[in-house]
Design a protein around this ligand. Structure first.
Ligand SMILES: C[S@@+](CC[C@H](N)C(=O)[O-])C[C@H]1O[C@@H](n2cnc3c(N)ncnc32)[C@H](O)[C@@H]1O
Length: 221
């Protein structure tokens, strides 16, 4: 048995994914009112992300079930003890990563979210999954909250907040990434400058597009 596929976590994740499937961003009036072009622009904007996520309100927007499982597997296989996450939302990806830490024998996960109501939900979910002791949620803009006091040697970084900020968040964590550390970026297609950085070995990464919408990169060293 392992933490991910045993209860209480397995049943909790089933419920959270089902609830997330039942709501779609286009059903939110403030999002439906946007043209396709405006939505694309907001997704790529380095300045309007507060507006965009404000419109999305209390939507969970989780990683897919497959990406969640991949995160658990990657964190287990690199025996991660220190993980940083950009974009907590309801904590679905966080639950997968924290489960891997538990099964690796313990560790620390620092995650970041600016919507207080989402943080409250994530805390409830982490408590229900029995994983709260492994996770520190930093409230506020990750550009500020992840700028200090990161773990000294990071094994895995998950990027799943505002896509346009991926290069800036990577820069905050970069000096602490262990040689061989994994960086997982969800929907990185919205951040061409991020992809240009991690796909260039000259910048110290090896990188591949993985599955439908994940960029999987490894820090060289
Ligand atoms: C795609 S959702 C994250 C989903 C989560 N990783 C999961 O799988 O359950 C993105 C989240 O990042 C948050 N976010 C976006 N930009 C942020 C920023 N600059 N600082 C903190 N949180 C941010 C949004 O409020 C939103 O809840």
């Amino acid at each position: 048995m392992n933490t991910l596929t045993a209860n209480p976590l397995a049943a909790l994740l089933d419920r959270l994914f089902e609830e997330a499937d039942a709501v779609s961003p286009s059903a939110i009036p403030a999002v439906a009112a946007l043209s396709r072009e405006e939505r694309e622009r907001l997704m790529r904007s380095k300045t309007d992300y507060l507006d965009f996520y404000g419109r999305l309100g209390d939507l969970p927007l989780p990683v897919s079930r497959e990406t969640g499982r991949l995160l658990y597997m990657l964190a287990r296989s690199c025996r991660a003890r220190a993980i940083v996450e950009f974009g907590t939302s309801f904590g679905i990806s966080t639950l997968h990563l924290a489960a891997a830490l538990r099964d690796n024998g313990g560790g620390r996960l620092v995650t970041s979210e600016f919507e207080p109501s989402k943080i409250a939900r994530a805390r409830q979910h982490l408590a229900a999954g029995g994983l709260a002791d492994l996770v520190e949620i930093r409230e506020g803009d990750a550009l500020e909250t992840l700028a200090a006091d990161l773990p000294d040697a990071i094994d895995l970084l998950l990027l799943d907040g505002a896509k346009a900020l991926y290069p800036e968040i990577l820069a905050l964590a970069e000096s602490r990434l262990k040689p061989g550390a994994l960086v997982v970026a969800d929907n990185a297609d919205y951040s061409p400058d991020y992809l240009a950085r991690v796909r260039s070995p000259a910048h110290g990464y090896l990188s591949v597009p993985f599955a439908e919408d994940v960029e999987l990169s490894m820090r060289l060293g």
